[in-house]
Design a protein around this ligand. Structure first.
Ligand SMILES: Cc1cc2nc3c(=O)[nH]c(=O)nc-3n(C[C@H](O)[C@H](O)[C@H](O)COP(=O)(O)O)c2cc1C
Length: 269
């Protein structure tokens, strides 16, 4: 099959697919949409998803594999409260999440947006207690190195290290029973942003399957900095880079109320 297959009996030449294509590789021909540059398709499937008459098929996003819409959705108030209720969970039960729960969590991350529909996020899941402790320790050592080199984060890192070293509090990995690392082939802002989007999905979905999460900011920054002892502990495969880290576990406690945020600051011009 060429990139696109248009059922001209069904096509009403409305042009929505042409308008929707983010790569701008479609135009309207005499019979229906035509593809001008086969190689620019990012296989996002918008052309297939938006066609009102199911006339459009795409080699990368076969029409027969897609689900019809609309599906039931949350009403605005439920969605607002659901989004508002997400909180970082830092106190976990000791047992690590089951593989089945972790798979559910990461499965949903596949639907997070990625730059240019690049997708391709790769995850490493660590639940070995000793390894997690060693990862926190490696991160602490990286922070000490950063402080010695006069990093702009020195003051912040010093406070973190005070809790970690002097008071023995695991402020770095929060005694989480599991760490999930997100890896990508390229370490650039795109890879890191893709991981952030992935975590947003994971963090929102987690409570619906009984999990709690918090972004492991120190560990992921250390990983993004390419600190070798951390990369070795995580056993990062060749050609992969750490772009994110997430703590995961079953929450030890339940939140009892919603807290307020800063007021919305916005300008309309
Ligand atoms: C990029 C990023 C890094 C973070 N790193 C950490 C971290 O290392 N440790 C931690 O306990 N929380 C971390 N957090 C969680 C924030 O502290 C938390 O989102 C914020 O305090 C708001 O609380 P909430 O998530 O419960 O609404 C991080 C959050 C983000 C977005």
């Amino acid at each position: 099959m060429d990139l696109l297959k248009v059922d001209y009996d069904k096509c009403i030449k409305c042009g929505i697919c042409v308008e929707a294509c983010p790569s701008c590789i479609l135009s309207m021909g005499e019979l229906g949409p035509e593809c001008n540059f086969d190689r620019g398709c990012m296989s996002c499937g918008h052309c297939v998803a938006i066609c009102p008459t199911a006339a459009m098929d795409n080699k990368y996003v076969p029409l027969e594999e897609q689900l019809p819409l609309p599906m039931p959705v949350l009403d605005a108030e439920t969605a607002y409260n659901f989004l508002r209720m997400r909180r970082s969970v830092r106190m976990f039960k000791p047992q690590p999440p089951t593989e089945s729960d972790v798979r559910k969590l990461l499965e949903v991350c596949r639907y997070a947006p990625t730059a240019g529909n690049s997708q391709g996020m790769y995850y490493i899941v660590i639940s070995d207690k000793e390894k997690i402790r060693a990862i926190a320790e490696a991160t602490a050592q990286w922070m000490e190195q950063e402080i010695a080199e006069g990093s702009s984060n020195s003051r912040y890192f010093t406070n973190v290290l005070r809790a970690y070293r002097e008071r023995g509090q695991d402020i770095i990995a929060r005694n989480a029973p599991m760490l999930i690392f997100a890896l990508a082939r390229r370490l650039n802002t795109t890879g890191v942003s893709n991981a952030e989007q992935s975590w947003a999905y994971a963090e929102l979905y987690a409570p619906t399957i009984g999990l709690g999460t918090t972004i492991a900011g120190f560990i992921q920054t250390c990983g993004i900095a390419g600190y070798k002892p951390l990369l070795d502990l995580v056993e990062v495969p060749a050609k992969q880079k750490i772009v994110g880290a997430l703590m995961v576990g079953y929450p030890k406690y339940k939140f009892q109320r919603l807290v307020e945020r800063q007021h919305l600051k916005v300008e309309f011009k």
